[in-house]
Design a protein around this ligand. Structure first.
Ligand code: BDP
Length: 741
């Protein structure tokens, strides 16, 4: 096995009893026809169940046995009409579905039913997941609908085949050969649909205008055709200067009538080729990209220009809030630039906000823009590709990190909050009615509420705090043309987790880790427990040996090499961690720092402002403290840093041991690949540990109380360490106490 199947791995159920029960429940597949999405659903069921049950299954239009799997909508299937009352489907929306065991006239049916074809597709993948994870079907009764309307992936792929921040080979979009199609495009679409993704931006945010003109439009149309069959809308990033670059007016000023009509014509041309084109994602006036500010206009003016052109066709604009003109104001600029524009964006614009205020670091607080835009559609941008979290070398399962952000209570809005986008205010503005099986969710009854005043980031981006017309999730994808898609087999857990959380942010990291493991490596309990545990502890482990306590940004700047944002380079990032001989950390307080804490709701601001009350894992993101500052447990900050670098790096050796224990329980190739990956991680973790402990010692001149390595190795090198200008420390720390590496 080479990992190509991802979590859509349909190996035969091993346990004979279980296999018998599934075969008995799913003897027949009954499908009475439907649109292309239903066809894809049925194709997947045939493929999946044939593999899982080890018997060839074919769809029939009528049940030929006493135990059939019946699939469809009420509109397309008389059997579904018979088995599922209309009322049971109405609240599921166009994407929801139910999976239910129904007995009628002595016959037993497993039903996958939905109001619309797309729901059937998602339901089919869910049914397969149930079998893949060995859940019983006898009393199955599931109702699901997604928490948010937009569940999008962002490819950062370039037309030359490179991928910005891609660690899984080259782009698999072959612009030379397109519109000729490749099997991989279908498998890409299948993988996305299987986790509920309904939109794909297929090119980099840093984009030339080319994608908006021929020959790209014809190629895009071919790709859109594949994605469409799996309910995934195609989006492209738009270069704001496209009118100029593509031979239109000599300006891109949003107030210029010529520019407006250029975009209108462009939209017409695009929709002429791709009738269900999703719309644009735009990075403007950020990191040198063109934008409306070049013409003295605002982000809202720019977004509304494009939104106006797409509006007649139902298209949307996802406008990124990632703007930072200087390192000193990076943490505050998005908030400062976008909050004054609240209410000024068109209804088909969504501001896309990174999870934190900086840039996908190992640890950041939730972005203060969440909850601060009551009258502006908002969505969250998460980074699935591990740009700052170890590329595809370090295991770093990001679901726990995303959960922390999504669960963060903004204390803005909510019941008795500032008021909804429509002025009505309060949570529960949308028609959300989550299923019991989807893990609950808020009760959707804004007027009554659940007695909670909460407005978590998840509540905000699922439209429960303010009545956003569009909202949801964007994930910067980690797919490339590597056979296993994600460079490392284990990194696919992040892809899976992203989609599943976008569908239902209330799912737990534990459940998602176990689900992915079962679907990817099988149901051997020892494998499930071991791999889940590896995944779940990996983010903290990575944090420990790279940048504990929120110290953040310590990675080598991207200079075109693979080491960009991978290797440690604390000496080149002092503007971000602000450490010096006296102390460590970035003072973001109102009292003595840059005032960032003031962007949060009062209760959070006050906690963050206080050294005693601020969340310790973010201490150095928020405060500058002496190295001898004591944490709650009495340890000094510096000693804690020394300790975590050593314990974190040592844990990688344990991780590899744990993995090695699965040698005979996992197929050889994937086992060996991951074993080798842990080997590389071990080396890299040691590099991080050694570079960082040496660096902090050099600055603080305070020794590690627990280990002798500083005396043994650093002390004699003192003079060298302190001399001259250099980018990297010329030190290799030898672990004199032999703590495992
Ligand atoms: C940073 C990446 C850069 C992206 C930028 C962005 O290093 O390549 O273009 O974010 O999100 O994380 O626009």
């Amino acid at each position: 096995e080479d990992g190509y199947d991802l979590w859509l791995r349909y190996r035969k159920v091993e346990d004979p009893g279980q296999l018998e029960r599934y075969r008995a429940a799913l003897t027949d597949l009954v499908w009475q026809g439907g649109g292309p999405l239903q066809k894809s659903a049925v194709d997947e069921l045939v493929r999946g169940l044939t593999g899982l049950l080890g018997t060839r299954l074919r769809p029939h239009t009528n049940a030929r046995s006493d135990a059939a799997l019946v699939v469809g909508t009420r509109a397309s299937s008389t059997l579904i009409r018979d088995l599922v009352p209309a009322a049971d489907l109405t609240e599921l929306g166009d994407e929801g579905y139910l999976i239910r065991h129904v007995t009628q006239h002595g016959r037993s049916h497993t039903v996958v039913a939905a109001r619309a074809d797309r729901g059937v597709l998602y339901g089919a993948f869910h049914l397969l997941r149930l079998v893949q994870t060995r859940r019983p079907l006898e009393r199955v009764d599931i109702r699901e609908r997604p928490a948010a309307p937009l569940r999008v992936v962002n490819h950062w792929d370039n037309k030359d085949g490179s991928i910005e921040r891609g660690y899984a080979g080259r782009s698999f979009f072959d612009w030379e050969k397109l519109p000729q199609l490749d099997e991989r495009y279908t498998d890409h679409a299948r993988a996305l649909a299987s986790i509920g993704i309904n939109g794909a931006v297929i090119n980099n945010v840093n984009t030339p205008a080319d994608y908006l003109a021929e020959p790209f439009l014809t190629k895009l149309a071919a790709l859109a055709g594949v994605l469409r069959r799996y309910g995934v809308a195609l989006y492209v990033t738009a270069n704001f200067a496209a009118p100029i670059d593509l031979g239109g007016p000599a300006t891109a000023d949003p107030f210029d009538p010529g520019v407006r009509s250029w975009w209108r014509k462009k939209a017409k041309e695009i929709y002429g080729k791709i009738e269900d084109f999703g719309g644009f994602l735009v990075k403007a006036n950020s990191e040198g990209r063109p934008g409306p500010l070049d013409y003295g206009r605002t982000h809202a003016d720019g977004a509304n220009l494009l939104a106006g052109a797409l509006e007649p066709y139902g298209g949307i604009v996802m406008w990124r809030s990632f703007v930072h003109d200087s390192d000193d104001t990076w943490d505050r600029q998005a908030y400062q630039d976008f909050t004054p524009l609240d209410g000024k964006f068109a209804d088909n614009v969504i501001v896309q906000i990174k999870n934190g205020p900086i840039d996908f670091q190992v640890r950041e607080p939730a972005h203060p823009l969440f909850g601060s835009l009551p009258r502006t559609n908002s969505m969250i941008e998460l980074q699935v590709t591990q740009e700052y979290t170890g590329h595809s070398t370090h295991l770093c399962y990001l679901v726990p990190q995303w959960k922390e952000v999504l669960d963060f209570d903004t204390r803005k809005g909510g019941k008795g909050g500032k008021g909804g986008k429509d002025g009505k205010g309060g949570k529960g503005g949308n028609d959300s009615d989550r299923s019991k099986d989807s893990g609950g969710g808020k009760d959707g009854d804004g007027s009554k509420g659940t007695g909670t005043e909460n407005s978590t980031v998840a509540d905000v981006v699922t439209g429960q705090v303010y009545s956003y017309s569009h909202c949801g999730f964007a994930g910067v994808l980690n797919f490339g043309d590597d056979r296993n898609w994600t460079g490392s087999h284990l990194a696919a857990a992040n892809t899976h987790g992203y989609g599943r959380l976008a569908w239902n942010p209330e799912l737990s990291a534990e459940d998602l880790a176990a689900e992915w493991t079962r679907m990817t490596f099988g149901n051997d309990p020892h494998v499930v427990d071991t791999v889940s545990a590896l995944l779940l502890s990996s983010w903290h482990t990575y944090e420990d040996y790279t940048s504990p306590l929120g110290i953040g940004y310590l990675t080598h700047p991207p200079d075109g090499s693979v080491t960009g944002h991978f290797d440690p380079s604390p000496t080149t990032t002092t503007q971000f961690h602000r450490s010096n001989r006296e102390g460590i950390g970035y003072d973001r307080t109102i009292a003595t720092g840059d005032g960032y804490t003031g962007l949060y709701a009062p209760a959070i601001r006050d906690a963050c402002e206080s050294l005693a009350d601020c969340p310790e894992e973010l201490l150095l993101f928020l405060h500058h403290v002496p190295y001898t500052h004591r944490l709650h447990n009495g340890t000094t900050v510096l000693q804690h840093i020394y300790d975590t670098h050593f314990s974190g790096a040592a844990r990688v050796a344990e991780m590899r041991n744990d993995w090695d224990g699965l040698r005979r329980r996992i197929d050889h190739r994937r086992f060996a690949d991951v074993h080798r990956q842990f080997g590389r991680q071990l080396t890299e973790a040691a590099k991080w540990r050694d570079t960082l402990v040496a660096y902090w010692f050099e600055l603080s001149r305070i020794r590690d109380e627990k280990r002798s390595w500083l005396q043994a190795v650093i002390a004699p090198a003192d003079t060298a360490l302190l001399g001259g200008e250099r980018n990297e420390l010329p030190v290799q720390v030898v672990n004199a106490t032999g703590s495992g590496l």
